[in-house]
Design a protein around this ligand. Structure first.
Ligand code: F6P
Length: 546
C-alpha cells in the first residue's frame, strides 16, 4: 500500500516548524533550564539504560516525533512483523528474527507452518552438537578433541558470530580457538590455515544461500586443504554447514546429519540468533547462547509492548531520525567503551546500512525530499579519541555519537575501569558543552594578550554535538542480546518512518555480477569485454602481471 509522502504528513510538518526553533537551541541552556532533564530524557529496559538527554531536543520534540511514528503506522508495522506478515515486500518474505528467540510455547506460524517448533528443533540440535564438541565426545578423524573452529561465511554469516564470540570471550571454552574466514582474499584463508591442524579443526560453512561466491571459494579451498591431509570419509568429522539451501549443502558433500538449517524469513544480517550462531554456542556453550537469545527476547517484549515515549528502540530511532532529518547529520559514530565490543561498529554497519541504505519507498517511488539511512562507523573508546575524535569535536560536520559502556568490568583492574568510564562520560560532556572563547581566554590568562587572541579560535570547541549513552551493568550474553535487539528494532523503526524496505539488499547485486564477468576475463576464460576505459586499463594491468 502506498503511504503518503513523509514530508506531506501533518506530524512531519509540525516537526519541521518546531525544528526552526530547536535548531537554535544550545544544550548547555537546556540542561540549565531543566534540572530534571537527565531523568526526563532517559529510559531503561531489559538490562539497558539509555540516556538521550545530550541531544538537541526536549520533551515536546519527543512528543512530536512520537506523533510521527504513530502517523507512519510504525506500531502496526511492528505488530505485522511480529505476527509473521510478509513485510519484506520485494522478496515476499516474513521478517521473523524475533521468532528465533521466542520461548517454546509462543505459537508463530508462517504459511500454516508452526515455526516455533522448527526453531526449537534446530536449537536442540545446536545444543547436542555444541555440547559434544565442547565436552570432547565429538572427536576428529584421528580420535583427537577439536581445538580450532573455522567459520567460513561473509556478511551476516560472519559479522554476527564473530562479533559475539569476541564480545563474550570471558565465557569462552579454554580449549577452543575461534577463527573467522570471510574474505575472498586468499590471505584470509592462508592466515587461518597456517594456525590450525587438520586433525583437530572443525570447519563451519555458513551461508544463507550457499551460493555466495566468496564463501563457496573459501569452502572449496578449505576442503581441498583438508583432503591433502585426510580421506573423504574423514570429512564428516570436520565439516558442518549452516544454510537455508539444503540441496546445495548436499551437493557440496556435507553429511546431512551435519547440516543445521534455517529459513528464508531470517535476513542474513539478522541471523546470529539462528544456527548461524553455532560458533557462539560452540565458543560459550549452549547455556550462554540461550541466555543471549533470552536477552534479545526481553528487549523484543519491551519493544512490542512499551508506549513509544518509553520504548528504547523507538526513542533511539526517533532521536536518530531527528538528527538525520532536522539537524542534517550524515553519519553516526558508534563508540563502545568496552574492548570486547570492538567488532560491534562493523556489525552495526551491515545491520543499519544494508537495511536502510535505500532510495525508493516500499511502493517503489524515488525519495527526493528527505535523507534515509546515515553512514554508520566507529571504533572502541578510548582508541578513537586518539585518532578521529578531533574531527568530531572541531570539524565542520556534526556527527552524533552512541557511547556504550558496562558499569562493571569483567577484570580486576578497577583503576582501568574508572579511567575508561571517566573518558566515556567526559567525551559526551565535551561534545555537549564544548568550550567557549571566554573559557579559552580564562585558561590562557597571564599569557601575551595578542598570543591569546591568536589561539582562541583554534582552542574553541563549538559543542552542542549530540550523543546517546547506553549503559549496562555487565557485558553478559543477556545484555549483549538485548543490545543487538535494540539496534535491530531501531533500524526497523527508522525504515518504517522513511517508508523503505529494510529487509532486502538489491544494492549488492550489480557488483557481484560484474565481478563474475571480470574474474573470467582475468583467468583467461573469456576475452576481455569492452568495459569503460578505466576498467579496461585495470584489467589489462592485472593480466600483464600474471
Ligand atoms: O551480498 C550481501 C549478502 O547477501 C548479505 O546480505 C549476507 O549477509 C551476505 O551476503 C552473505 O550471504 P550468505 O549468507 O547467503 O552467504
Amino acid at each position: 500500500m502506498r503511504q503518503p509522502p513523509l514530508t506531506s504528513t501533518t506530524s512531519y510538518q509540525a516537526l519541521q516548524s518546531h525544528a526552526q526553533d530547536a535548531q537554535q537551541w544550545q544544550m548547555r541552556d537546556l540542561f540549565a533550564q531543566d534540572p530534571q532533564r537527565f531523568e526526563r530524557l532517559s529510559a531503561e529496559a531489559a538490562g539497558l539504560f539509555l540516556d538521550y538527554s545530550k541531544n538537541r531536543l526536549d520533551g515536546r520534540t519527543l512528543a512530536l516525533l512520537a506523533n510521527l511514528a504513530r502517523e507512519r503506522g510504525v506500531e502496526q508495522l511492528r505488530d505485522a512483523m511480529f505476527a509473521g506478515d510478509k513485510i519484506n515486500l520485494t522478496e515476499q518474505r516474513a521478517v521473523l528474527h524475533t521468532a528465533l528467540r521466542a520461548p517454546k510455547d509462543k505459537q508463530i506460524t508462517v504459511d500454516g507452518q508452526d515455526i516455533t517448533a522448527d526453531v526449537h528443533a534446530v536449537l536442540a540440535r545446536v545444543k547436542t552438537f555444541s555440547d559434544a564438541v565442547r565436552n570432547g565426545a565429538w572427536l576428529g578423524h584421528t580420535g583427537k578433541e577439536i581445538t580450532d573452529i573455522v567459520n567460513i561465511g561473509i556478511g551476516g554469516s560472519d559479522l554476527g558470530p564473530k562479533m559475539v564470540c569476541l564480545a563474550l570471550r570471558q565465557f569462552a571454552h579454554p580449549r577452543l580457538t575461534m577463527h573467522f574466514v570471510s574474505n575472498v582474499d586468499g590471505h584470509d584463508m592462508d592466515a587461518a590455515l597456517a594456525r590450525v591442524n587438520p586433525e583437530t579443526t572443525l570447519f563451519i560453512i555458513a551461508s544463507k544461500t550457499f551460493t555466495t561466491a566468496e564463501t563457496m571459494m573459501n569452502a572449496n579451498t578449505a576442503r581441498s586443504w583438508f583432503l591433502k591431509h585426510a580421506s573423504e570419509e574423514a570429512l564428516a568429522k570436520h565439516f558442518v554447514a549452516v544454510s537455508t539451501n539444503v540441496e546445495a549443502i548436499k551437493k557440496f558433500g556435507i553429511d546431512p546429519d551435519n547440516m543445521f538449517p534455517f529459513w528464508d524469513w531470517v535476513g542474513g544480517r539478522y541471523s546470529v540468533w539462528s544456527a548461524i550462531g553455532l560458533p557462539v554456542a560452540l565458543c560459550v556453550g549452549y547455556g550462554y547462547f540461550a541466555d543471549f537469545l533470552a536477552g534479545a527476547h526481553a528487549l523484543d517484549e519491551h519493544f512490542r509492548t512499551a508506549p513509544i515515549e518509553q520504548n528504547l528502540p523507538m526513542i533511539l530511532a526517533l532521536v536518530g531520525f531527528w538528527n538525520r532529518e532536522f539537524l542534517g547529520c550524515p553519519s553516526v559514530s558508534i563508540a563502545p567503551y568496552h574492548q570486547d565490543l570492538n567488532r560491534f561498529p562493523a556489525y552495526l554497519q551491515q545491520l543499519d546500512m544494508e537495511s536502510n541504505g535505500k532510495r525508493v519507498t516500499r511502493a517503489g517511488d524515488t525519495i527526493t525530499d528527505y535523507a534515509t539511512g546515515p553512514v554508520i562507523w566507529g571504533d572502541v573508546g578510548t582508541n578513537g579519541q586518539h585518532a578521529y575524535f578531533q574531527l568530531l569535536h572541531q570539524g565542520t560536520d556534526v556527527t552524533p555519537m552512541d557511547f556504550i559502556a558496562a558499569l562493571r568490568p569483567a577484570h580486576e583492574f578497577q583503576n582501568h575501569h574508572a579511567a575508561l568510564l571517566a573518558n566515556c562520560f567526559a567525551q559526551s560532556e565535551a561534545f555537549m558543552k564544548g568550550k567557549t572563547a571566554d573559557e579559552v581566554r580564562q585558561d590562557l590568562a597571564g599569557q601575551d594578550p595578542a598570543e591569546i587572541e591568536r589561539l582562541v579560535p583554534h582552542k574553541t570547541f563549538p559543542g552542542n554535538r549530540p550523543s546517546n549513552t547506553i549503559l549496562m551493568e555487565y557485558l553478559t550474553p543477556a545484555t549483549l542480546g538485548a543490545l543487538i535487539a535494540l539496534y535491530e528494532h531501531k533500524v526497523f523503526v527508522q525504515g518504517a518512518i522513511w517508508d523503505v524496505n529494510s529487509y532486502d539488499q538489491w544494492g549488492v547485486e550489480l557488483g557481484k555480477v560484474l565481478a563474475k564477468k571480470i574474474e573470467a576475463e582475468l583467468n583467461g576464460e573469456a576475452q576481455p569485454a569492452q568495459h569503460d576505459g578505466s576498467t579496461n586499463g585495470l584489467i589489462a594491468r592485472a593480466r600483464a602481471a600474471v
